[in-house]
Design a binder for this molecule. Sequence first.
Ligand code: PEP
Ligand code: MN
Length: 362
Amino acid sequence: MIIVTRSTISESELDHIRERVEALGLRTHLSRGEHRTIIGCIGDEALLEGISLRSMPGVESVMAVLKPYKLASRDFAAEKTVVNAGFGAIFGGDAITVIAGPCSVENRQMLEMTSAAVRSAGASMLRGGAFKPRSSPYSFQGLGLEALKMLADVRRSVGLPVVTEVLDTRHVDLVAEHADMLQVGARNMQNFALLSELGRVQRPVLLKRGMSATVKELLMAAEYIMAHGNPNVVLCERGIRTFETATRNTLDISAIPVLKRETHLPVLVDPSHAGGDADLVAPLSFAAIAAGADGLIIEVHPDPEHALSDGDQSLPLDSFSTLMRQLEPFAVAAGRKLRLPVAARDSTGSQSTPAMTTTATL
Ligand code: PEP
Ligand code: MN
């Protein structure tokens, strides 16, 4: 930790700061400049959490030297993490993984039709909301448990692992029973009770960036899940709020290489919620892959015009299949390849329960 003092600081204020820091077991180092003095604190920065250095007389600013995230930090792992959600849904490594499906599970027929189509187009995982975080309490809220059952059935019949959002701490076990990966939506990225609860489940977590969250806050949210015992976290950049109104959100392309530098966790991009417009999904997907993303999560609907949520940004089935073909050269240019779904399940439905997760490092 570095403490920058004010030019007006007195010797007694300086001594007081040093005494407080040293009383916590750290050493201090003074660097006296012409205009101000800087105090370097040497030792375990976590010990300083007990005092508010910033509020002490004579302090102008305080800068952390070490990263506040530890388990999520790139420094912490020797290699990049590969998260395996089972049945071919693998995130990280040398291939790009695509998740696709409707914003919301609306009925069994549309779910079956969509999952079969996205699977044959090359998606490795099915998405579909059962509990929907809607801005309006009057909008469609999702089919809840009924939708979870449909996801679990389609998962078995079509042979695609599934990811779905968990909104509430009370639903964590229920969702984990039905899905291979649990999604934390943008609106819940800093729901620390939910993040802590997800630390104890045996399922990977897809953690979406909050719409006004910094990269650091996203990593601290991942740290919560990891610190509570679950190392299987996949991050997702899904656009942030800016002054721009031409798009639903602004896809923060820079966040991708920044995250790849800062963390060993895989990074996905959601071009659907970023742009909010089906026409933008392809170019944003290309950009995401070029910037180093490990995969994409894309909203697909058999009839976007009649979708109960996010129809404007949902790709129809044929457009998704075209997009999958277009992604390949971008993956190759980025030194990657597209990860294909695992071979179809046998007709006895051997894919009966979601896989236990493992995290592998390459
Ligand atoms: C979603 O994936 O359907 C969703 C609600 O996304 P976000 O949390 O990123 O808005
Ligand atoms: Mn959506």
